[in-house]
Structure formats: structure tokens, C-alpha cells
Design a protein around this ligand. Structure first.
Ligand SMILES: C[S@@+](CC[C@H](N)C(=O)[O-])C[C@H]1O[C@@H](n2cnc3c(N)ncnc32)[C@H](O)[C@@H]1O
Ligand SMILES: [Zn+2]
Length: 204
């Protein structure tokens, strides 16, 4: 009778799993560290739901926070966007956290440690998103005072604009979450909706 002994593949398999778990934990810790910003605090927003506010003054041009997420290909992105929109339709929750990274890749920022996912859109934003070396950062477009809500232009195209009414409250608000590049087209569409009644008055 021989002595009982674990097979090499058995013990090796467990060791590999532990190593992989440790690697993933380190990766997650790094991501969580990258997602932090000395400039940001999260609280209820005047625009919508939860927002991000300046915890101290931010000089123009300063990098404010990184938008962290999972890199996914366009097919997966489409699948998740549809699922998130369906979920939002049912629950009324704020929905899509997917950012375009390149022609091939997107970034899904729907993870709790990604504080930047909570920035709301504004028609007069104080931040701007930039892609740098496959990472996304938000930069201050002007000097920002402590306590101001941080916002950026979501860059939405004009399709289905009616699904995204804008409540940013700025003097410049065009009424819908639509990229500034699409404002001329949006304004034309909105003007086209207006009808002249029998008295000559213009109504929506
Ligand atoms: C990525 S979330 C931003 C965080 C959101 N406030 C929350 O509480 O989860 C994007 C969603 O916030 C809402 N939102 C952002 N900016 C808005 C705005 N200017 N007007 C109305 N709703 C806005 C929309 O529902 C949008 O789909
Ligand atoms: Zn607006």
C-alpha cells in the first residue's frame, strides 16, 4: 500500500486559482486607487439623482478625475447598452455608463468605485472628457469654485433626443442632452415642430 499523495495537477490547480485571485485583487485595488480624486465629493444633485461636486477649488486645465471602467468590444457594448436601457425603462434608474474609447473598444464605467460615472451632463459644462492612451480623464474647462457641481457634455448624438430631456438649468440649456456639435440640427428640428395656429400665433 502506498502513501496517499495529492496529484500535482490537483495542488497546482489550487495554487493557480489562489495566484489568480491575488492578481485580480491587486488589479482591483489599483483601479480603485486610480478612481479616487482629491477634487470630488458625491452628493444629491440639483440636476439629477446623485452628482459630483468640487470639494475644493479646481484651476482651469486641471485633471479632475479618471473615468474608470471595463474595456469591452463594440458587440458587448451594444448588448450591455440595450440591457441597461431596458432596465432603466422598467425601473426609471439612470442608465448607460458606456464611453466610446476607440473604433474598436468602449469602456463600461458601471462599477461602484467609478465616482466619475456620477457626473451629470450640462449644456454649459465646467469639465471635458479626454481620451489619453486608452484612458479617459475629465479636465476642468475653467476655474471651478468649491461646491460647484461638476458636469460635462455627454456628447450624445441627435437620434432619440426626445428620450433625454435636459434639466441642467443653465441659461444656455437647449432642453435635451445633445452634444453641442448637434445643437444647430436640434434647434432646426425643434423649430420645425412649431406650428402657426389660425390667429398667427406660434405654438409648440
Ligand atoms: C451616468 S448617470 C449620471 C449620474 C446620475 N445623476 C445618477 O444619479 O446615477 C447618467 C444619467 O443621469 C441623468 N442625467 C444626467 N445629466 C442630466 C441632465 N442634465 N438632465 C437630466 N438628467 C440627467 C440621466 O438619466 C442620465 O441617463
Ligand atoms: Zn441643459
Amino acid at each position: 500500500m502506498g502513501k496517499a499523495k495529492k496529484t500535482e495537477s490537483g495542488s497546482g490547480g489550487k495554487g493557480k486559482k489562489l495566484k489568480e485571485a491575488a492578481r485580480l485583487r491587486r488589479q482591483l485595488e489599483k483601479l480603485m486607487e486610480r478612481a479616487k480624486s482629491e477634487y470630488c465629493e458625491v452628493r444629491n444633485s440639483d440636476i439629477h439623482g446623485t452628482g459630483v461636486y468640487a470639494s475644493k477649488s479646481i484651476p482651469s486645465g486641471e485633471r479632475v478625475i479618471e473615468y474608470i471602467g471595463e474595456k469591452i468590444d463594440k458587440e458587448e457594448s451594444e448588448r450591455r447598452a440595450t440591457a441597461q436601457m431596458e432596465h432603466a425603462g422598467k425601473t426609471g434608474d439612470a442608465a448607460v455608463y458606456i464611453f466610446t474609447l476607440s473604433k474598436k473598444w468602449d469602456l463600461d464605467g458601471n462599477v461602484p468605485w467609478n465616482t466619475a460615472r456620477l457626473l451629470n451632463h450640462s449644456c454649459a459644462p465646467n469639465c471635458e472628457a479626454w481620451i489619453e492612451e486608452k484612458q479617459i480623464f475629465l479636465y476642468a474647462l475653467r476655474d471651478i469654485d468649491t461646491g460647484e457641481e461638476l458636469t460635462f457634455d455627454y456628447g450624445f448624438d441627435i437620434e432619440n433626443y426626445e428620450d433625454h430631456p435636459c434639466l441642467c438649468g443653465s441659461d444656455d440649456c437647449v432642453g435635451y442632452i445633445v452634444s453641442r456639435d448637434n445643437w444647430p440640427e436640434l434647434k432646426e428640428r425643434l423649430a420645425g415642430k412649431k406650428k402657426v395656429d389660425g390667429t398667427g400665433a406660434v405654438t409648440s
